[in-house]
Design a protein around this ligand. Structure first.
Ligand SMILES: [Zn+2]
Length: 86
C-alpha cells in the first residue's frame, strides 16, 4: 500500500485527539487529503497526502503528562491493594 494511503487511513481512523484524548468531531477525506477535527480544537491532517501535521495544535498538551501521572498512581494503588511493596 502506498504511503499516502496509509497516512489517509491513519487520519481517518483517529477517534480521539492524539494529544489530549478528546473525541473526534468530524473527519473529512475527499480523496488526496484527510482532515480530522477534535473537540479540544485541534486539527490533524494529511495535506495533499504529505506527512501528517497538526494544522491547529491541541490546547491541552499537558493532559498527556497528567494522565501518565494518574496512571502511575493507579498502578501504585493496585500494588498496595494486593500487598506488593511499592
Ligand atoms: Zn487535544
Amino acid at each position: 500500500m502506498e504511503v499516502f494511503k496509509l497516512r489517509l487511513k491513519k487520519v481517518v481512523s483517529l477517534s480521539n485527539c492524539p494529544v489530549c484524548g478528546k473525541d473526534v468531531l468530524r473527519v473529512i477525506a475527499p480523496g488526496r487529503y484527510a482532515r480530522a477535527y477534535f473537540d479540544c480544537g485541534s486539527v490533524f491532517a494529511t495535506p495533499d497526502c504529505q506527512e501528517i501535521v497538526a494544522e491547529i495544535a491541541c490546547p491541552n498538551p499537558t493532559a498527556v503528562a497528567a494522565k501518565a501521572l494518574n496512571d502511575e498512581v493507579s498502578a501504585e494503588l493496585a500494588k498496595l491493594k494486593t500487598g506488593v511493596a511499592v
